[in-house]
Design a binder for this molecule. Structure first.
Ligand SMILES: *[C@@H]1O[C@H](CO)[C@@H](O)[C@H](O)[C@H]1NC(C)=O
Ligand SMILES: *[C@@H]1O[C@H](CO)[C@@H](O)[C@H](O)[C@H]1NC(C)=O
Ligand SMILES: *[C@@H]1O[C@H](CO)[C@@H](O)[C@H](O)[C@H]1NC(C)=O
Ligand SMILES: *[C@@H]1O[C@H](CO)[C@@H](O)[C@H](O)[C@H]1NC(C)=O
Length: 450
């Protein structure tokens, strides 16, 4: 019967049908295999106009329009029986340190995360090296499946530790507490590391790991924080109650050398301060400069007298520097590059008062001296995130990677102050003029020039 029916089909039609079937199958199978084998970071994307600002307006608008959906990866991660193998499939975590210099200079990263698992894994994979130590606190308000994936990470990477934290709502103590949980764990750990760096889940590095290492060496044991004046309305419930030490304002991001970290977590005065700050407003911005800014009260290794900086700003109207690059830092706070809505044009969109960077911001970000950029979302103009990601990977693998010089970082005022220079003897006093919250429209630097 079958043979009879087959014979009735014209031969040419039959053979072309078979051929078409084979070709289609090949195409489909092939594409399927490629897509599932390719790491997300290898997705093809034309980034020249985004990174280097080449005059190709069509490529640039294609990048702005590029809409990449990663929900299928998220689904696969959330449904996975073996999370580690899905991570291995889509993300590129380094198996070894690229150079001996990096292997011999391990770093400690403390993160607080609460959403977008694909973005957080991409971010982690870019910072990741096996010699480092990672600690992640996940907000306890995150979804159960999100928490479960983050909690599984130490099974895939033995150098990662995870805590379920408190709710970290804006302005509340939960944020600082979650940051401190990891900072404390990293400092108590027996593993060797040289510098601690805080990261939020929406930071991307502007530097390669080797560049970070050289910069930390140039800091020479000094702590790097933003320095600003405490706003008295933030005393909230503690109005009129004397704090254990003078409070200064800083940004959340910070880098702290190992011996300073050990000192801080064993200090009773720091414990008192944390208790005090828990009843104030936005305590996460009141911690780092406070603990590293009063060496007479709290002799933390790496600390400097913050009140000298405030004195300089008040009494000398210095011109802010024109340049902020790796060869002329122009600031003394390199923790992270963030643009507040009042500071300059944002080519992405302003969210919670600060710029959520878009494709049009990336070219400038790549020229900045800071360690990381804050903030980028993988679901907002994702070509910005992906191009920046690819560029840092490219730089790390480039034959020129070893040429990076951190000389200018060693000339930052906070480094010189830590090494004992007086505030009036700094190589670049005008690098201190601005804190990270500066408002250019309120600046007035014509009174006296040092
Ligand atoms: C940017 O320029 C550098 C140096 O000319 C080049 O090596 C790199 O490939 C360019 N980046 C992109 C994304 O095209
Ligand atoms: C999160 O922690 C807080 C306090 O630690 C607790 O009150 C709350 O119930 C927790 N929420 C969830 C979703 O677990
Ligand atoms: C802390 O470490 C730095 C850099 O390694 C070193 O210069 C400094 O002497 C150390 N301080 C203390 C108190 O051990
Ligand atoms: C670090 O500081 C010490 C003095 O405290 C100085 O002798 C040394 O040259 C500095 N190292 C760097 C790399 O600047």
């Amino acid at each position: 019967m079958v043979a009879v029916i087959q014979l009735k089909i014209p031969k040419r039609l039959f053979y072309s049908g078979v051929a078409l079937y084979i070709v289609l199958r090949l195409i489909l199978v092939d594409y399927g295999a490629v897509a599932s084998k390719r790491k997300l970071e290898e997705i093809p994307l034309e980034c020249d106009s985004v990174i280097n600002g080449t005059e190709d307006s069509r490529a640039f608008s294609r990048a702005v329009q590029w809409d990449w959906h990663f929900n299928w990866v998220e689904d696969e991660i959330f449904k996975a029986k073996n999370v580690c193998s899905v991570i291995e499939k889509y993300f590129n975590f380094a198996k070894e340190a690229p150079t001996i210099e990096e292997a011999e200079y391990p770093l400690a990263y403390g993160l607080v995360v609460y959403k977008t698992i694909v973005q957080v894994l991409m971010q982690l994979s870019l910072f990741y090296q096996p010699q480092h130590l990672f600690c992640i606190t996940v907000d306890n308000q995150s979804s159960d499946q999100y928490k479960a994936v983050i909690e599984a990470l130490p099974k895939c990477f033995p150098n990662m530790k995870v805590f379920i934290g408190e709710p970290s709502n804006w302005g509340s103590f939960g944020i600082l507490n979650n940051v401190y949980t990891c900072f404390n764990w990293l400092a108590q750990s027996k593993q060797k590391w040289e510098y601690y760096q805080y990261l939020s889940g929406t930071d991307l590095p502007i530097r390669t790991n080797l560049e970070m290492v050289r910069i930390f060496k140039a800091l020479n044991g000094s702590i790097n924080t933003d320095v600003s004046t405490f706003e008295v309305d933030r005393y909230k419930n503690m109005e009129g109650v004397l704090p254990p030490m003078p409070i200064y304002k800083s940004s959340m991001s910070v880098v702290v050398p190992r011996n300073a970290s050990n000192y801080l977590v064993s200090s009773p005065r720091v414990q008192k301060l944390l208790k005090y700050l828990s009843k104030t407003w936005i305590p996460d911005e009141s911690f780092w400069s406070t603990v590293s800014g009063s060496p007479a009260l709290l002799p933390v290794p790496g600390s400097i007298r913050v009140r000298d900086i405030l004195w300089l700003r008040k009494n000398f109207k210095l011109r802010p520097p024109f340049e902020n690059t790796v060869n002329s830092i122009g600031t003394s706070y390199i923790g992270r590059y963030q643009v507040w809505g009042w500071q300059k044009e944002c080519f992405g969109k302003v969210k919670d008062y600060s710029c959520l960077f878009g494709v049009g911001d990336i070219e400038e970000i790549m020229t900045r001296p800071e360690l990381v950029a804050h903030k980028l979302y993988l679901d907002f103009q994702p070509a910005g995130f992906m191009c920046m990601f690819k560029e840092i990977r490219r730089k790390a693998q480039s034959p020129d990677a070893g040429k990076f010089s951190a000389k200018s970082y060693a000339e930052m005022p906070t480094v010189e102050l830590y090494q004992g220079k007086a505030i009036t003897q700094l190589t670049h006093p005008h690098w201190l003029v601005r804190d990270s919250f500066f408002n250019p429209s309120l600046e007035d630097f014509d009174k006296e020039v040092l």
